[in-house]
Design a binder for this molecule. Structure first.
Ligand code: HEM
Length: 213
């Protein structure tokens, strides 16, 4: 057990933990997006998808608990790394921060991360921990996005999620050893594609639901 604590106390251990939990989240987001895309097929399709998901019962509960543990590990480790880097600011750390150089998405990682954390709490209060006894999940989602303020908040946050995922995807593969000059240009392109897919995939849904309100 102590070797595990020692591994994750080291700087590389923390980066590995960020990479593994972060990539798992990107996997969750891809699955969540695929499910949400059924919205375009109409309310019945989306409700059927949600019912099938909930019919998984204990499997879904285990998955949700795993997601929560990964979320806590990702956030706590991220804050620890941020504080460590902040304290070590006298060292010109930024130069070797990422072989991809400094980009908007790389320098804003701690801030976009905090916004996403706040968003997830807001999102769960609205769509997960809500009384579903008298309305279907589609009605709940549609009535939420009928409000333009809600729609705009979502679109802005989805741009922020896309920025976080863009750099996170790239950085995770760097940590896992894909920092060979041969792969880096392809990895950079792939990270932009993944970010765009998440941003447009999630971001267009609130706009669509607002237009069909
Ligand atoms: C347009 C964008 C989005 C829509 C319409 C949406 C919709 C929903 C809905 C309806 C649920 C509840 C499902 C149910 O209980 O049946 C849900 C759950 C959830 N969403 Fe989203 N979501 C969006 C974006 C996101 C994003 C960007 C994240 C993460 C950054 C996220 C994280 C979650 C999580 C963690 C849950 C709980 C999953 C579970 O308990 O199994 N969602 N979402």
């Amino acid at each position: 057990m102590s070797w595990l604590i020692q591994t994750f106390s080291s700087s590389i251990g923390k980066k590995l933990l960020m990479a593994v939990t972060g990539l798992s989240f990107i996997g969750f987001l891809a699955a969540h997006l695929a499910g949400n895309l059924t919205i375009y097929a109409g309310g019945a399709a989306f409700n059927t998808y949600a019912e099938k998901l909930h019919a998984l019962g204990p499997i879904l509960t285990v998955f949700e608990l795993g997601l929560l543990v990964f979320a806590l590990l990702h956030v706590i480790t991220g804050i620890t790394l941020f504080v460590q880097n902040f304290k070590a600011r006298s060292v010109p750390y930024e130069k070797d921060r990422s072989a991809g150089g400094r980009t908007l998405s790389s320098v804003t990682m701690p801030y976009t991360g905090i916004i996403i954390l706040g968003f997830v709490v807001f999102h769960l209060i609205n769509f997960s921990f809500v009384d579903k006894s008298d309305r279907t999940i589609f009605e709940i989602v549609r009535s939420a996005f009928a409000n333009p303020v809600y729609m705009i908040i979502y679109v802005v946050v989805m741009i922020i999620v896309a920025l976080h995922v863009r750099h996170g995807f790239w950085s995770a593969f760097q940590t896992l050893g894909a920092n060979h000059p041969k792969y880096m240009p392809a990895l950079m392109v792939l990270s932009v594609i993944v970010g765009l897919m998440i941003g447009f995939g999630f971001g267009l849904l609130p706009i669509y639901l607002w237009t069909v309100r």
